[in-house]
Write a protein that binds this ligand. Structure first.
Ligand code: HEC
Ligand code: HEC
Length: 338
């Protein structure tokens, strides 16, 4: 009898220990996730459009977690998932798209080349780890599922309480990051704001209206992001459209360096320069197919009305004749050391 009690008690204690262990392993798992190279590559290359934090109405593309659910079911192996991702990145097109709703809403993903190893690491990370999930996602997903099953499921399902623990991963405090990563975050959040407005306008109103947007709004939007981050944020180019965006001789050097890296399909890290008080961070701006409507070849990619408008607004325009996956310019982000 006594033994049973002791035994029961020790089972209790053991199971308590066990749940402690589970906590620890969740923590370990999140540590592992954070050190996986695919995580950072995904945040750098994909979150501009697939951000988990943009609200439902404020997006360029679906969140990564939605992509994961469309590509992986119980029978999908990691090899298969990696192969599927490689195939999509090499040739995004309407016929092969699995996410019909997303294609209708956002248009097909613009094509941009990425090194195969980059995609492999990103897919490896996505397969093995729980990735950041926007707050509205679970509810939306259930609603969509309800619709497709023909039985409208109640709102608010799956918003269970203890479930939000991964949320904070998305909201790192930028000031705690190493300088290079911090500057890169400032550039990428600015790129996301510009990109959202640009793609949204193209999608809803056409290229000509979007051109007006770039002409009038690119500067104020970049400046407002600079205010948000308390930094200076510039886009400069060796072949500027707006003469105000002309790269200086130091910037031209970095553009050359990045061009070689992109041509060689190398993974790119920011260039970081420090003075006693300040940090400057440089990172390339690379074209995808969408950019060619305004930066591509005049006969093939840029429509006559857009071309005409460009020549009126920018008589000295040098920013035409690009193809996809070329260095269009660089970000120059600078901020005070703290
Ligand atoms: C310039 C914006 C942009 C960038 C950058 C981007 N995507 Fe996308 N992506 C989209 C849009 C828009 C869709 C939704 C339309 C579609 O499915 O084609 C999408 C859809 C997808 C899909 C689902 C395709 C399907 O089957 O319908 C995958 C997979 C994907 N992206 C992977 C990636 C990965 C991996 C990266 C980073 C290496 C990335 N994307 C970067 C815009 C982008
Ligand atoms: C709808 C037309 C349009 C599209 C699409 C477009 N741009 Fe531009 N881009 C412009 C205009 C107009 C300017 C000049 C803005 C200004 O006057 O500040 C510009 C300027 C730039 C600059 C600043 C340097 C310069 O030449 O003045 C960069 C860098 C740039 N674009 C990159 C891109 C990239 C990368 C893409 C695709 C992701 C893209 N653009 C898509 C119209 C466009």
């Amino acid at each position: 009898m006594k033994y049973t009690v002791v035994l029961l008690a020790s089972i209790f204690i053991l199971s308590c220990n066990n749940s402690d262990k589970k906590e620890l392993s969740a923590f370990e798992k999140s540590k592992l996730a954070n050190s996986h190279p695919g995580k950072k590559l995904m945040e750098t290359n994909c979150y501009v459009c697939h951000s988990p934090t943009a609200s439902h109405d404020d997006r360029i593309g679906p969140p990564m977690v939605a992509i994961k659910r469309h590509y992986i079911d119980d029978s999908t192996t990691k090899e298969q998932f990696i192969a599927d991702m490689q195939a999509w990145i090499k040739n995004p097109n309407e016929t092969d798209a699995k996410m019909r709703g997303a294609v209708r809403r956002f248009g097909v993903m613009p094509k941009q080349a990425f090194p195969e190893e980059t995609i492999e690491k990103i897919a490896d990370y996505m397969y093995d780890f729980e990735i950041d999930q926007p707050e509205w996602f679970e509810e939306h997903f259930n609603e969509e599922k309800g619709k497709h099953n023909g039985n409208g499921q109640g709102k608010g399902k799956g918003m269970g309480h203890g479930k939000r623990k991964h949320k904070q991963q998305a909201q790192t405090n930028y000031q705690d990051l190493p300088y290079g990563e911090r500057g890169l975050k400032y550039a990428l959040t600015t790129k996301a704001v510009l990109g959202k407005n640009l793609m949204g306008t193209i999608q809803k109103k056409g290229t000509l209206e979007a051109l007006e947007f770039c002409n009038v709004r690119a500067y104020p939007l970049t400046d407002s992001m600079a205010v948000v981050h308390n930094a200076s944020i510039k886009r400069v180019s060796d072949k500027p459209r707006n003469p105000k965006n002309k790269a200086n001789s130091e910037e031209l050097e970095y553009i050359k360096t990045f061009k070689t890296l992109v041509e060689d399909k190398k993974e790119i890290s920011p260039i970081v320069k420090e003075t006693e008080d300040d940090v400057r961070v440089y990172y390339p701006i690379v074209t995808n197919t969408m950019c060619l409507q305004c930066h591509g070849k005049p006969e093939t990619n840029i429509k006559p009305d857009v071309l005409k408008s460009l020549s009126l607004l920018y008589p000295e325009d040098k920013a035409k004749g690009y193809s996809e996956n070329q260095v269009r310019g660089i970000w120059n982000v600078s901020f005070k050391k703290n």
